[in-house]
Design a protein around this ligand. Sequence first.
Ligand code: IMP
Length: 431
Amino acid sequence: MVNAVLLGVQWGDEGKGKVVDLLTERADAVVRFQGGHNAGHTLVIEGVKTVLHLIPSGAMREGIECLIGNGVVVDLQHLIREIDSLKKRDIDITERLMISLGCPLILPYHVVLDRVRDEARGKSAIGTTGRGIGPCYEDKVARRGLRAADLLDEKVFSDKLEQVMEYHNFMISNYYHSESVDYQNTLEVMLQAREAVLPLIGDVSARLNALCQSGKSIIFEGAQGMMLDIDHGTYPYVTSSNTVSAAASCGSGIGLGQVGNVVGVIKAYTTRVGSGPFPTESLDSYGMHLARQGNEFGATTGRPRRCGWLDIAALRRAVQVCGINALCMTKLDVLDGLDKVRLCIGYQCRGEQIDLPPYGAENLEQCEPIYEEMPGWDIPTAGLRNYAEIPEPALAYLDRVAELLERPVTIISTGAGRDETIILQHPLEAG
Ligand code: IMP
């Protein structure tokens, strides 16, 4: 049995969903371990597009167990909508979906708090997805949040909800001067959702350990990206969870040693949604090419993504923090047709040359990228399935990335379709 964790190692939107879906061909289960429905994982199978936000990207393959670990914050209404939309496509995910008893629940007041807080930040707004993610994680850490386990007992749930809403409504109306959230209405909505999800709630940690013991293969599916990690990302312009590989263990309830191969998923260039420093952002015609060719609009919010060159310095940090042993490069085809490509190999920061991003957004703001330039390519890589067909300059680009990061690129994605991929080494195979 070999397991693997697939992580985005930029600012999210690296195309992890497509890769996870493809790799599930050899897996038995896929587990999400952090984030929530702020993620948007796009899958294109035989030309049909599916966007999953909360349900793991194993959904599209029959027989694959889909598990939502305790590290994921769950909006039950959203989950039910996602289950229903799959049902319309004749996929009954409920037969193979389990939600951990430990999942913190996103409640309507978290969504209100997310909005009023970010508005209150004015010019320094984070530009969150507005889905209540941050406030829900805050409640978890403050030890006052409601979890999936609380749904087991209606009385326990309604009492806890009343208490926590009293606290938050006080803040919403007295500090943010916004309209408070109605308790009775919230309770009704939640109890209705409870009926639908109760059969899905279970001990995900025990299930994963049982799968491991019986020699099954598990994919741990990361959401967002390493540069949005609450500790190691561009704080405070980050999401509220740990997106690094170690989160796969504590966010699902399995030992670190069981997580297996760590695959860092990188887009051939960089994008970012929302505010915060982005040293390699390209506002010229190259950035426009990336946005247009890459169709860079958020899968969750529809916001246009900021685009720029590949940032090796930031990726170096990800390789170190996540213990990455292989790389997957997506959207190589988006670089087709450029006369040159650039790699940021380090930064000039306050008179010094550095090769890792400094901690803290205000420090990264001071960094100017140091670029290495390489020839672009005219021969398209779009849709290629064979390594031997990759044009020489694109191969040189891939090789240089591998050399700078001292890690092999073992998967190359050349299009949105499931099979527009070159796999040199499958992460679920013993290396
Ligand atoms: P939150 O996760 O909604 O709190 O948003 C915090 C920051 O993370 C914002 O800049 C979001 O745009 C960004 N973010 C959250 N989820 C994703 C994602 O799945 N892809 C890209 N950016 C994300």
